[in-house]
Design a protein around this ligand. Structure first.
Ligand code: SIN
Length: 317
C-alpha cells in the first residue's frame, strides 16, 4: 500500500519516559507513568516541526511496563492497526517502559501488517531528571517514523534503531540499555537523519492479519510459562504447572539448548501430556543450532520471553 499521509500518531503507554521523581538528581527513586503523552510531546522543542506539524497524541494506557497486561496489548494492537490502515497516517510512535518493551515490540511485529513504521521508544531516566533521555529518544523516534520507506515494528533508543526480533534490554541502569546482540542494530539516528545498515523489517504478513483477528475474538489468552534450566534444577515446577493446566512451556536452556536431566524429564512428561514445549537458550547472544532428533521445538533464535509470545499466538490460532 502506498503511504500518502503526513500524520504521526503517538500512543502513550507510560514507563520511565513518563516518570517523575521528587528530586532532579534522583534517577532511580521515581514513579513511572505519571506524565501524559500530550505533555511529553509539548516538552520537546522542535518535535512538532520535525514531524511536519502533524503529531497526534493518544493515551492508550499509563503503566509501569513490568505490569503490562494482555488487555493493553490488545488495545494497542487494535489502535495501531486502525492507524496503519488510515491513509492520512504516515507512521505510529509508541512511548513505552523499557522493562518489557522488547515483548510489546515482538507482539506488535507478530500481529500487525506494518507496511508503515511502528516505532517504540522509551527512556532510562525520568522526565524530571537533570538530563532526561526521553526527549531525544522521542525526536529520534519521530525521525524514524517520517523516514521515507520505513516500515515494520522497530525500537529507537539511545540513537540506535533495533528490530523487534532481536532487541533486548541488557542493562538495568545505563542510558544505552538495549542491544540487538550479535545481529547488531538496523541503524542509527544522527542529527535527525536515519543511517540504515540493514533492511527495514518486513511489513507484510497474512499470518499477522490472522493473528489480529484471533486476538480480537479471544476471551482468555493461552497460559504459557517460562522455566529456566540451571545447576540443581528439578522437574517440580513443570509438574506443578502441568497439574495447573498450563498449555505451553518455554524453557530457557543452557548453552546450545541443553537442559538439566531432571527438568528435561519433566518437560518430556509435559509434552507427552499435550503441553507444547519450546526450547530457547538463556545465552544473551547467538541462537541454538538445532540437530536432527532434537526432542523439543526450537525457538528459532527468539529469546524465551519472545518465544512465549509466539507460542501464545500459535495456541490462539
Ligand atoms: C517501565 O518499564 O515502565 C519502567 C522502567 C523504564 O521504563 O525504564
Amino acid at each position: 500500500m502506498q503511504v500518502h499521509g503526513q500524520k504521526i500518531v503517538v500512543l502513550g503507554t507510560g514507563g520511565t519516559i513518563a516518570g517523575t521523581a521528587s528530586a532532579a538528581d534522583d534517577n532511580i527513586g521515581y514513579t513511572a507513568a505519571q506524565v501524559g503523552v500530550e505533555q511529553l510531546l509539548h516538552a520537546v522543542p522542535g518535535l512538532q516541526a520535525a514531524s511536519g506539524g502533524s503529531l497526534v497524541a493518544e493515551q492508550i494506557a499509563q503503566l509501569d511496563s513490568k505490569d503490562m497486561e494482555f488487555s493493553v496489548w490488545g488495545a494497542l494492537a487494535q489502535r495501531c492497526a486502525s492507524a496503519l490502515a488510515d491513509p492520512d497516517v504516515r507512521g505510529v510512535v509508541i512511548t513505552h517502559g523499557t522493562d518489557t518493551l522488547e515483548e510489546t515490540a515482538w507482539f506488535l511485529q507478530s500481529v500487525l501488517d506494518a507496511h508503515k513504521p511502528v516505532v517504540l521508544t522509551c527512556a532510562m531516566r525520568p522526565a524530571t531528571a537533570l538530563v532526561p533521555d526521553g526527549p531525544q529518544n522521542l525526536l529520534d523516534a519521530v525521525a524514524v517514523a517520517t523516514t521515507p520507506g520505513a516500515r515494520g515494528v522497530v525500537v529507537v533508543a539511545a540513537g540506535a534503531v533495533h528490530c523487534a526480533q532481536r532487541v533486548q534490554k541488557v542493562h538495568p541502569y545505563r542510558v544505552d540499555a538495549f542491544s540487538s546482540g550479535d545481529a547488531g542494530p538496523l541503524g542509527w539516528v544522527e542529527e535527525g537523519a536515519v543511517r540504515l545498515v540493514k533492511n527495514w523489517p518486513s511489513g507484510q504478513s497474512k499470518q499477522a492479519l490472522l493473528a489480529m483477528k484471533n486476538i480480537a475474538s479471544c476471551v482468555q489468552w493461552p497460559r504459557v510459562e517460562v522455566v529456566l534450566s540451571y545447576a540443581g534444577a528439578t522437574g517440580a515446577l513443570v509438574d506443578s504447572l502441568v497439574r495447573d493446566g498450563v498449555q505451553g512451556i518455554v524453557v530457557a536452556a543452557t548453552g546450545n539448548g541443553t537442559i538439566h536431566r531432571a527438568l528435561e524429564g519433566a518437560l518430556l512428561r509435559a509434552q507427552a501430556a499435550g503441553v507444547r514445549v519450546v526450547r530457547s537458550t538463556r545465552c544473551p547472544e547467538g541462537q541454538i543450532l538445532p540437530k536432527p532428533g532434537d526432542t523439543f521445538a526450537d525457538s528459532r533464535g527468539l529469546s524465551a520471553v519472545k518465544a512465549r509470545i509466539s507460542l501464545m499466538l500459535e495456541l490462539l490460532a
